[in-house]
Each structure stands twice: as structure tokens, then as C-alpha cells.
Design a protein around this ligand. Structure first.
Ligand code: ATP
Ligand code: MG
Length: 433
């Protein structure tokens, strides 16, 4: 029978044999985030559509073209296209912004965007992200950039470039918008339809348009850095000073505007040249106006998100090894039905100590049980028949060396097995060195 229903375009399955790659990346991100004082938050997969319209912005590609929205029971919902809006909503709704500042949270979640699927660009993808609320100082910007940089370095990822820019505040933006409008006015007819409508509402969005025609036209557009007010310019200078202080290399790229409307002042990206066109592995920045825009008290905030698929592809392309998952420690092979309850109990006693132990639950003969244990990659196997049960002694076979040792099946079993198994793990480590 052939499977007639396949997974939707742009989605992926992670099968158990590949999950260690995800665990490696998630573990590195979690550990680094904890060291910087960020705590995990979990938010719903869908939100009221209005949340994204009001935060990500009506004129962005994400809202205009990429959202998965449904009307369910007369309410309009959207699968989250990113994590910031929902996280900030959750901080507000749970009163966390009234507690000690700054509030610092991280998340690992799936996002949904209707894009053209290609390597590193999916319709369901995963992000690790952090958000910090309650600091307006550039030291906070440096802090989160340092965290992102630490995660990338811990994973061993090379050839990345940190690009930073400032896109100013509403005050500097007003002047800049005027200049952009003036620049695009006589080129309006050549812009794509979406950008033509953006010209009036939000001309900066044109700079982020993926259409090659629009990007070509936008090439010589005025740069936001030339329009920063004193406060924004000073914030940017201070950030650069702090990054230098932490020895974090960066380049100023005045063309980065980011694809989400809520950003103010600092924006940044970590880009790699090793995974083709979708090279942005991390994007973030400050969004001082967002909380107020969502009905809260004016509270400065900032954050970033990394695409987990892109981190993994980058590591694969760079030949970086992932932490290997623990393998099966012991496979117990009952010779007949009579031995099964004994196998069960022995397995349980070791599982209670955290070992991965399996026994036959399919009813295979001894030979095919051994084949199966080989497939599992079990470190040890132990055959259990009437002899072993009556004598309370069995032979523990080391599958790599072929060596067999006798082990008593009495109250000393767990301790003895632990000693042998841990010794073997140690051997493995020494070999790796
Ligand atoms: P891009 O310019 O590549 O479209 P973006 O600016 O839309 O990215 P953000 O909204 O800032 O991306 O999301 C943060 C990170 O999430 C990106 O840097 C990227 O690593 C990842 N990401 C974004 N969209 C996708 C996608 N469709 N598939 C896989 N990863 C994605
Ligand atoms: Mg995008």
C-alpha cells in the first residue's frame, strides 16, 4: 500500500535518527541563554490575527503575503509567523512587565510562513529566540548580541558575519521617510505593486522587498544612518563601543532594515556565506515602541531569533559534528516465554538508574534478536534462559570487543552493571581523545 497523503510542502519530519542534531543546537542555546539570565517561556501556536497586524505591521511581507490565517467560530486567528509578538503579549497579559526589570525570556518554537519552500526556507520552521524588556541602554543590545554570538561560537559555526545598523526612532524616521518618498517618486511606476502602495504608507519597507527589480531601484536610496537624531546616533556609537569592548567583530551595514515593522534603533543579523542564499541565521534588534503599540505602558525592549534549520544546515555544510545521543546500554534476550518476566524485571531495575535497556517484545528467536540488538547498537547483550534463571548467573557480552563477563542476577546486579557500563563509556571517551 502506498501512502497517498504526504506532509504539506515546506514542512519537515525529524526522524529519531536525526534528532541528536536538534538536541545539540537546542541544548547549546538553552545553556547559553540560562547563563545570561533568560528563562524559558511557552506561548500558544496561534494568536488573534490582529496581534500580528499591529506588531509585525500591515505593510510587511510577513503580514501581507506570508500569514496562515483561519476564521474559526467567527474569530480570526493566525499561526504565529514569529515569536516576539506572542511573547510580548504573554509578558503583558501575565503582568510580568510590572515585576523587576529587565524581564528576560527565551523560547524554542515553530513558526509558520507561506513562503516558496527551498533549502533553509520552509513553511513551518523553528526558532530559538530571546526577548528582554525594560532596558533602553545600549549595554542591553550588546548583551543580547553577545549571547547570540556565544551560541554560534559554542556550536562551532565559522564564517559568519555580524551586521549591525540603526534604523532610528519615529523622530528620525519621519525625516527619512520624506527623503525616501522623494527618491522613489519618479521611479514609482517601475516598483512592484506591493511597493507602490508601500510608498505612501511605509516607504522603508521597499528597501526590504525581495523583488530583484525593487532591490535594483533601491540600490542608491538614501541611508537611514544619515538621518539619525542625536539620541539614536549616540546609542549606536555606544553599542559599537561595547561590542569592541567584548571583542565581537561586526560590520555596519546601513542597508539592513529587517522585515518586521516593530524595530527601532539597533537592528542586526548574523549571516553565513556557507548555506547559499538563505544565509541569515539570526536576526534581531530593539523594538522600543511595540509594548505601547499593543496597549501597554511605554517600555523599551529588544530581542533576536535564530532559525534552527539554518543553524543545522550550516553545521552540516561546515562538517561540524553534533553531540551524539546516548545509545542502548543493554539488550536482554529472553530465550523463551518463561524468561520474559525475568527480563522485564532486570530491565526495570536498570532503567530506574537511567540506563537504556531493551528486551524482546516481538517474540523473535534468539538469532534475530541478536540481529535486532546489533541494529540498536547495544553496548552489551545478555541472553536469559532457564540455566541463567536457576543459577542466577548470566553472561554479559560486550558487543564491540566480543568479551564476555559473568554477572550475578541478584541484588548486586544493578551496581555491577553500572560499574561495567560506566567503565565502558570511559573507554569510549579515551578512544575519542
Ligand atoms: P529572511 O530574510 O531570510 O526571509 P526574515 O528577516 O524573514 O528572514 P526573521 O523574521 O528575522 O527572518 O526570523 C529570524 C530567523 O528565522 C531568520 O534569521 C532565519 O534564520 C529564520 N527564518 C525566517 N524565515 C524562515 C523560513 N521561512 N524558513 C526557515 N527559517 C526561517
Ligand atoms: Mg522572510
Amino acid at each position: 500500500m502506498a501512502l497517498t497523503i504526504k506532509r504539506p510542502n515546506g514542512t519537515e519530519d525529524v526522524i529519531p535518527k536525526n534528532i541528536y542534531k536538534w538536541h545539540t543546537v537546542e541544548r547549546a542555546a538553552r545553556e547559553a541563554a540560562s547563563g545570561y539570565g533568560f528563562r524559558e517561556i511557552r506561548i500558544p501556536t496561534f494568536e488573534n490575527t490582529e496581534l500580528f497586524q499591529r506588531s509585525v505591521g500591515e505593510t510587511t511581507d510577513v503580514v501581507q503575503k506570508e500569514m496562515y490565517s483561519v476564521i474559526a467560530k467567527e474569530t480570526k486567528f493566525t499561526l504565529r509567523p514569529e515569536g516576539t509578538a506572542g511573547t510580548i503579549r504573554a509578558l503583558m497579559q501575565n503582568g510580568l512587565l510590572n515585576e523587576a526589570m529587565p524581564q528576560k525570556v527565551f523560547y524554542i518554537l515553530s513558526c509558520f510562513r507561506h513562503e516558496r519552500p527551498q533549502a533553509g526556507r520552509l513553511r513551518e520552521f523553528h526558532q530559538f529566540g530571546v526577548e528582554m524588556a525594560g532596558s533602553s541602554l545600549p549595554s542591553a543590545d550588546a548583551d543580547i548580541i553577545s549571547l547570540a554570538s556565544d551560541i554560534i561560537n559554542t556550536l562551532g559555526i565559522k564564517n559568519t558575519e555580524l551586521k549591525i545598523n540603526s534604523i532610528g526612532c519615529p523622530k528620525c524616521r519621519a525625516e527619512y521617510h520624506k527623503a525616501l518618498k522623494k527618491y522613489f517618486e519618479d521611479k514609482k511606476d517601475k516598483l512592484c505593486e506591493t511597493c507602490q502602495s508601500r510608498l505612501e504608507k511605509n516607504p522603508m519597507r521597499i528597501l526590504d522587498c525581495k523583488s530583484p527589480v525593487c532591490s535594483e531601484i533601491a540600490k542608491d536610496a538614501p541611508l537611514i544612518l544619515d538621518y539619525l537624531c542625536d539620541e539614536c546616533a549616540e546609542h549606536f556609537e555606544k553599542l559599537k563601543f561595547y561590542l569592541d569592548n567584548l571583542d565581537i567583530k561586526y560590520t555596519v551595514d546601513p542597508k539592513i532594515v529587517r522585515g518586521l515593522d516593530y524595530y527601532t534603533k539597533t537592528v542586526f543579523e548574523f549571516v553565513t556565506t556557507d548555506i547559499g542564499a538563505q544565509g541569515t541565521i539570526c536576526g534581531g534588534g530593539r523594538y522600543d515602541g511595540l509594548i505601547e503599540q499593543l496597549g501597554g505602558q511605554k517600555t523599551p525592549a529588544l530581542g533576536f531569533a535564530m532559525g534552527l534549520e539554518r543553524l543545522i544546515i550550516t553545521m552540516e555544510n561546515q562538517g561540524i559534528s553534533f553531540d551524539s545521543d546516548m545509545g542502548c546500554n543493554l539488550y536482554i534476550a529472553p530465550m523463551d516465554d518463561n524468561a520474559v518476566p525475568h527480563a522485564m524485571k532486570l530491565a526495570k531495575s536498570l532503567r530506574d538508574e537511567g540506563f537504556w535497556v531493551e528486551y524482546d517484545v516481538v517474540g523473535r528467536g534468539l538469532k534475530s534478536q541478536m540481529k535486532y540488538s546489533d541494529k540498536l547498537g547495544a553496548t552489551f547483550t545478555m541472553v536469559l534462559g532457564d540455566n541463567e534463571i536457576t543459577s542466577k548467573k548470566a553472561r554479559l557480552k560486550n558487543m564491540k570487543s566480543g568479551e564476555e563477563i559473568e554477572i550475578a542476577l541478584d541484588s548486586s546486579f544493578v551496581q555491577n552493571f553500572s560499574n561495567i557500563a560506566v567503565g565502558e563509556m570511559f573507554n569510549g571517551v579515551l578512544e575519542d581523545i
